[in-house]
Design a protein around this ligand. Sequence first.
Ligand SMILES: Cc1ncc(C[n+]2csc(CCOP(=O)(O)OP(=O)(O)O)c2C)c(N)n1
Ligand SMILES: [Mg+2]
Length: 187
Amino acid sequence: MFGDGAARQGALHEAFNMAMTWKLPVLYICENNKYAMGTAVTRTSNVVDMVKLGLSYDMPSEQVDGMSVEAVHEAFLRAAKHIRAGHGPYYLEIQTYRYRGHSVSDPAKYRSKEELDEYKEQDPVFVTQNKIISENIASQEEIDAIIAKIDAEVDEAMEFAEQSPYPLGSELYDDNYVQQDYPYITD
Ligand SMILES: Cc1ncc(C[n+]2csc(CCOP(=O)(O)OP(=O)(O)O)c2C)c(N)n1
Ligand SMILES: [Mg+2]
């Protein structure tokens, strides 16, 4: 996964090219949230439809409405099917929006309040929640109970993390995909 800003680096083109040449089983996802730090996508390139970056390597590529849970789910199913069948890489440009600044020191002066409000109305979490209620899949009370359960789980995990001892340096590569014998880590 990479952002719309990260996608403008040359490394992406090398990776796309080799992945297609070797038909690697990789799902590439560009989270196009319209801004790279404070720079709008429209200012980083004249190619604002980031799906085209994959198409230029003949990689199966889709532009997906990231504000629709259903659209994202269906696109992932298509991509996973393609990759698991051994047909090589797949690329999804997921179009979404970043409500907050890039970091706490970002005053977000590069966009208007109206633009922000417009996207907040499309928030997939709230849209989906409203759909679940209007289609009688679950009641507000049931949703509130799920949220309370998740909040409790998060609190418990934070408590566990804060009370746990620091891991040993020698454990740094445990459970990683590639285990390495890294000589510089000492306990
Ligand atoms: C190789 C490299 N160049 C530049 C930076 C500085 N930098 C950090 S975040 C960022 C913008 C990333 O934009 P995007 O991928 O759209 O992420 P978002 O701001 O949406 O989180 C840049 C240029 C970096 N971290 N690494
Ligand atoms: Mg971005």
